[in-house]
Design a protein around this ligand. Structure first.
Ligand code: GDP
Length: 439
């Protein structure tokens, strides 16, 4: 996502390279490029003009600091502006209440049902008791979909398949939550293909009846300018608390994130970047600005890793590494944990500098498949003691996993190198290591 904008800004900023000072003349071309890049990124025209005017004013007015180049200074100004434009601080949802009620609204296909599941999964991973309520009474398939998602993530789903009364279902769900010690009810509502009066009346009535602690409006970021218009229309009727931007994995432009906050004046609270239940993140304006400027998003990456990784398992593996006893069973468990973190390409794009580099490379979750297949083809003893794998065993493993002996050799070699590296690390005196960390 944002690759286009990030690349164009980079090009525009390169024009400043080597300039001794920022003046009206040498900044004009860069500003023009930035404005064009923003428009290309589907940012609302008024918003693009406003920010580039402000950036220009600020840049020209600023004294050049001796320590930084004009280009660096300009990047900082653009970064600050983008961060501010997208809301400044990360904003949490309100889940205080007994139970708290989170209502999810938006057009059909925006990703409401998927997001409801993701949010439930996200809150469950924080140890909260969650109930999903299926209130999309027009699409029985959506209720089924929610049930399936609930089953996948281990969250109970309240349904009344025969009922067409969304208000009644939601109220019953809340009663059910109270009786069953669920602290948060996520209400998935019905959408329409486009905004229409009947939908708006219904959703407004639902909000009035439920008086939710948090109302979230879900919108498909790929719909560009339409996203802004839909966001405005829903806000007029239900005055929601926050926006969820979905499908940012498929959107190379990302203009919606930049325009919605400024136009609707409601914070973006979550982003969704894929179909997997783990592909959900808080929206951090500063990190998003860093990402736009190609600085990566390491913090989000770390957070997602913390959610996906099992702490007990990590401790167990760490202990084995320390004793130099790592085997293929541990290796397999690590791969499975990485896979739980979500889409690989998406993850790698969060590492600074990798977004651009990755454009040409095809990396997907299937990359792990041959490795997993090879490990699955090993016997218990082979996994625990890879050194017993001789050439006939290699042939058997290759055959069993549909790979070649060469691939098996590579895997064994890499595994051995990893072990050697760990052995060396283990030889470092722990006190020395602490000192290195502190630096
Ligand atoms: P609803 O009609 O608003 O409930 O939308 P759904 O939750 O049924 O989602 C519509 C389609 O979009 C489904 O095929 C989802 O798998 C897909 N989808 C939802 N969120 C994302 C996302 O963040 N990225 C991608 N690529 N697909 C998504």
């Amino acid at each position: 996502m944002f690759e286009n904008l990030s690349q164009k800004l980079d090009k525009a900023l390169k024009m400043l390279k080597g300039q001794g000072s920022i003046t009206e003349i040498n900044v004009a071309a860069t500003i023009k490029e930035i404005r064009r890049a923003l428009l290309d990124a589907d940012v609302n025209f008024k918003v693009a003009k406003e920010i580039t005017d402000e950036i220009k004013e600020q840049a020209i007015g600023s004294k050049i600091l001796i320590a930084v180049s004009p280009r660096e200074m300009f990047i900082k100004i653009v970064y600050d502006k983008l961060t501010e434009l997208m809301g400044g601080q990360k904003q949490d949802i309100n889940i205080k209440g007994d139970p708290a009620v989170v209502m999810i609204a938006g057009l059909n296909g925006a990703g409401k049902t998927t997001f409801s599941g993701k949010l439930a999964n996200f809150l469950k991973s924080q140890g909260r008791q969650v109930l999903l309520a299926a209130c999309d009474v027009y699409r029985p398939a959506a209720m089924e979909q929610l049930k399936v998602l609930g089953g996948q993530i281990g969250v109970e789903v309240y349904t009344e398949m025969e009922s067409k009364d969304a208000v009644q279902i939601a109220q019953n769900a809340i009663q059910y939550a109270k009786a069953n010690n669920k602290k948060i009810v996520i209400v998935d509502t019905a959408g329409r293909l486009a905004i229409d009066e009947v939908l708006m009346k219904e959703i407004a009535a639902l909000k009035k009846a439920l008086n939710p602690t948090e109302t979230l409006f879900v919108v498909d970021a790929m719909t560009g300018q339409d996203a802004v218009n839909t966001a405005l229309a829903f806000n007029e009727r239900i005055d929601y608390d926050g926006v969820v931007l979905t499908k940012l994995d498929g959107d190379a432009r990302g203009g919606a994130a930049l325009s919605i906050r400024k136009t609707v004046n409601k914070p973006i609270k979550f982003i969704s970047t894929g179909e997997k239940m783990e592909a959900i993140d808080h929206f951090y304006p500063d990190r998003m600005a860093q990402r736009i400027l190609g600085m990566g998003d390491v913090l989000s990456l770390v957070e997602r890793a913390q959610r996906a990784f099992d702490e007990e398992e990590a401790k167990r593996i760490e202990a084995k590494i320390r004793k130099n006893q790592l085997d293929f069973n541990d290796f397999l468990s690590q791969i499975q944990q990485i896979k739980r973190m979500g889409n690989l390409k998406d993850l790698v794009s969060m590492i600074p500098g990798m977004g651009k580099a990755l454009k040409e490379i095809d990396i997907d979750d299937d990359s792990f498949k041959p490795i997993e297949a090879m490990i699955f083809s090993m016997t218990k003893q082979e996994r625990a003691k890879p050194e017993i794998i001789n050439s006939s065993r290699k042939q058997r493993i290759a055959k069993g996993s549909g790979t070649t002996v060469q691939q098996v050799n590579n895997l064994l070699k890499q595994f051995e190198q990893m072990r050697q590296l760990m052995k060396k690390m283990n030889q470092i005196n722990p006190a020395q290591l602490q000192k290195m960390k502190a630096k």
